[in-house]
Design a binder for this molecule. Structure first.
Ligand SMILES: [Zn+2]
Length: 307
């Protein structure tokens, strides 16, 4: 079954109100008419009568369309999962688990768990960043608030004192990645990430932060726009795009995700970078794009585990 796309959440809810329709839709997305065994990769199968399951013609194991995806072993209907994936990928600034639960008709606790499993799907593995590349860092969390909340709660703010560094690399006109960095933001913590992700031929744009000193010795070009002396743009050289993406992240943290802990921050970062990178796409295309990469599931046990 191929759909032409949903224009709104209302249309999507209307379409998926029947769980069988949702399941068939997911099967079509994953398998395109030919079920594939998640255990051995075989395309030989039997449908097990009166169930939604299949039996593998080679390894003889049984499976359904959700095995090996974030939806595996979940009591939440597939229709709710699909709605949640749509809602989370469409909201520009993110959505709280309370609101998500209301939208798709599950409890806040279920919505919270579902949200984190879905956020795992936003993680992207990019080829090296090339061309015009903007690099910058921002800080979330704060000493006083964190202390009052036993070190658990982060709040968006400015300045680096006892805050967590979110480091960002953006290819102009293209992709964006955030990394949550432990420890201070300096050359020792940030440069290895730049070396790992950026092509040596890139033109790197940064501000005057000391962490970025001497990048011109390793990369084709390094342009420093010195915010300290009031300079923000010099011709085509600036870090405005990545700074505006950080603005999005911070508004999301303040407005939606009031309680965000260090261990979940990287997943929220995946969510924000995916949405930013796909900001010119239609909601439906973004939704379908995400379904193309249903990954292995994140277990509840791992999610709540203490580091
Ligand atoms: Zn098999």
């Amino acid at each position: 079954m191929k759909l032409t796309g949903f224009k709104s959440l209302k249309e999507l809810i209307q379409y998926f109100k029947d769980e069988d329709v949702a399941r068939e839709y997911l099967e079509a997305q994953r398998w395109e008419g030919c079920p594939t065994c998640p255990h051995c990769g075989s395309n030989k199968w039997w449908k097990i009568r009166n169930t939604h399951r299949y039996k593998c013609g080679d390894c003889k194991k049984k499976y359904s369309v959700t095995v090996g995806t974030v939806m595996e072993n979940s009591n939440i209907p597939i229709s709710a999962w699909l709605m949640a994936i749509y809602v989370i990928s469409a909201h520009r600034k993110g959505i709280s688990s309370i609101q998500l639960g209301k939208d798709i008709g599950v409890t806040q606790k279920s919505a919270w768990f579902l949200g984190h499993r879905i956020r795992q799907m936003f993680e992207e593995h990019h080829p090296l960043f090339t061309g015009m590349v903007e690099i910058d860092e921002t800080y979330v969390g704060g000493k006083d608030r964190a202390r009052r909340a036993k070190g658990k709660i982060l709040k968006a703010g400015t300045g680096a004192v006892n805050k967590i560094t979110v480091f960002g690399i953006l290819q102009r006109g293209g992709k964006l990645i955030y990394r949550v960095v432990d420890g201070d933001s300096n050359g020792k913590t940030l440069k290895p990430i730049i070396r790992e992700l950026v092509d040596r031929g890139a033109i790197i744009n940064t501000d005057g932060h000391g962490a970025y000193k001497d990048l011109d010795k390793e990369f084709a070009q390094h342009e420093v726009v010195s915010h300290g002396t009031g300079e923000y743009v010099r011709g085509i050289y600036h870090t405005n795009t990545i700074e505006s993406s950080f603005g999005n992240l911070k508004r999301g943290i303040i407005g939606i995700y009031h309680k965000m802990t260090r261990k979940h921050l990287q997943r929220y970062c995946h969510e924000f970078t995916y949405r930013f990178s796909t900001r010119t796409m239609k909601d439906y295309d973004r939704f379908e794009g995400l379904l193309q990469r249903l990954p292995g599931r994140l277990r509840y046990k791992d999610l709540i585990a203490k580091k």
